[in-house]
Design a protein around this ligand. Structure first.
Ligand code: FAD
Length: 466
């Protein structure tokens, strides 16, 4: 017998949870089908939440932040440090999993444990964990099945010393060396977490810059800071091969150099979870990379079927996935609450130090032919950062020369992912750098750097117009 619902969401990650909650909040009868034992998706299990917890714990158990200021760090036995990392991460993951489960149940959403496949006419077959099956029929289906690490051909992922961003979370013995392949956010985050823990880390990428979507000045500075904390950063390194011989796992660089790291982490892209869904039968089209095609309202090519989150491709962030899910649910039921997804989302990379951006980079402003100027304020001149001993980095503003309209904000520093939101607010409301000049900031704060970046920008304008 088919059970009829207003909406069935496939996948209980950030996109699915928030879409379901949005529809249920506005009175729709909703179920989520999740194949994993617990809800939360990659975000809770092996992506954002575990990595950020590992980062915080690594900084804490090593006294990393205090080393430069007081000359003391903690010298925990590596296996004790690892025990703290694992137990704290497990604690936070459990708490956040419970928070997601609680949100689902308090919205009156049924969570069905099983794997979903699509059938014709918005029907869904669920193979339940208990071995049984359920047939659902929905007015609206949202596919929010997320992604998994992609495995480039020729790399022996079945080797226990070759890891991806999921398997690395299960490391149970201290590492001495790690090669990280991929200089995107995941690679930079893991490289700096392990470097903070005292592991010899080599970070390699075939591109000329780490974090290539970031402002070039910021990504160059990030690479310099990573080198300062002991990471060997190799750029334009070509394609590395990985193989095992009698001495263990080895990475052979395009230059011919051989590294024997102990473990290798591949952090090179994600692939959408679509194979098991039977998309063809449901009439849902994908692009050449297997990503589900959607329009601006997250409608797929099949009527009544929407898709959101990593399964539709970049930017593949929890933050954006949640918004996509909410917008999809509102569109599907004509709820006039949320329409387009914010076109200017912030990006945060939780490396050590953190990097964040919103809006245009200096390179993008130039490429768009905009007449722009920049203003910078370095945390080395900031009182709060000096007191905290976190003087790495800066706030950089990109703004129009004629109207001083803010175009982009870039932050490198201890709290970059938090600080970016002030710039984001000004950008969202179409403000100018005058906002930072004329408003009063708490003193001492790192936020104050915005004011001095704006003053620096004004001085540059004045200098260039005389
Ligand atoms: C290491 C790492 C760190 C990250 N850090 C951040 C960060 O700091 N900030 C940020 O914003 N983003 C971060 N991200 C990205 C973020 O994790 C993803 O963008 C986010 O999880 C995508 O959410 P989603 O709902 O689309 O999919 P997912 O979180 O992948 O959830 C999809 C769910 O669908 C389920 N599913 C799949 N197929 C089926 C099926 N057939 N039937 C039933 N259930 C199914 C899966 O089990 C899963 O639970 C990080 C990613 C990685 C890899």
């Amino acid at each position: 017998m088919e059970e009829r619902l207003d909406m069935v969401v496939i996948g209980a990650g950030p996109a699915g949870e928030k879409a379901a909650a949005q529809a249920a909040y506005f009175g729709r009868r909703v179920a989520i089908v999740e194949r994993d034992r617990s809800p939360g998706g990659a975000a809770v299990k092996n992506a954002g939440i575990p990595t950020k917890t590992l980062r915080e714990t690594a900084l804490y158990v090593t006294g990393f932040r205090q080393r430069d200021v007081y000359g003391v760090g903690l010298q925990l036995e590596p296996h004790i440090a690892l025990r703290h990392l694992r137990s704290r991460t497990e604690q936070v993951v459990n708490t956040m999993t419970a928070a997601v489960a609680n949100n689902i149940s308090r919205h009156g959403i049924e969570l069905i444990h099983g794997a979903a496949t699509l059938g014709p006419d918005r029907s869904i077959l669920v193979t339940c964990d208990d071995g049984g099956t359920r047939r659902l029929q929905a007015n609206v289906i949202l596919i929010a099945t997320g992604s998994r690490p992609s495995h480039p051909p020729g790399i022996p992922f079945d080797d226990p010393d070759v890891l991806d961003s999921e398997t690395i979370t299960s490391i149970d013995r201290p590492l001495e060396g790690l090669v990280v392949v991929g200089g995107g956010p995941v690679g930079c985050e893991y490289a700096s977490i392990f470097a903070a823990l005292g592991v010899h880390v080599t970070l390699i990428d075939s591109a000329p810059r780490l974090l290539p979507f970031m402002d070039a000045e910021i990504s160059d500075l990030a690479a310099a800071k990573f080198r300062d904390i002991g990471i060997r950063v190799l750029l334009e390194a070509g394609r590395a091969s990985v193989e095992r011989d009698v001495e263990g796992i080895k990475v052979v660089l395009a230059s011919g150099e051989t590294i024997r790291p102990g473990k290798v982490l591949f952090a090179a892209g994600r692939a959408g979870n679509t194979e098991a869904l039977n998309l063809d039968e449901a009439g849902v089209a994908t692009d050449e990379r297997g990503r589900i095609l959607v329009d601006a309202c997250f409608r797929t090519t099949a009527e009544g079927i929407y898709a959101a989150g990593d399964v539709i491709g970049p930017p593949a962030l929890s933050s954006v996935s949640m918004e996509q899910g909410r917008v999809a649910a509102c569109h599907a039921f004509g709820i006039p609450f949320k329409q387009p997804v914010d076109p200017l989302p912030p990006f945060g990379v939780y490396s050590i130090p953190e990097v964040a951006m919103v809006g245009l980079t200096e390179e993008a402003a130039a490429a768009n032919g905009l007449d722009y100027e920049v203003g910078r304020a370095w945390f080395a001149n900031n009182t709060r950062a000096t007191i905290a001993g976190a003087t790495d980095g800066l706030v950089k503003l990109v703004f129009g020369r004629d109207d001083r309209k803010l175009l982009g904000v870039h932050v490198l520093g201890g709290s970059a992912a938090e600080l970016i939101h002030q710039g984001q607010a000004v950008l969202y409301f179409g403000g100018t750098i005058d906002y930072f000049i004329h408003t009063t900031f708490n003193v001492p704060t790192e936020s104050e750097a915005y004011k001095y970046a704006a003053y620096d920008g004004l001085q540059r304008l004045a200098r260039s117009s005389t």
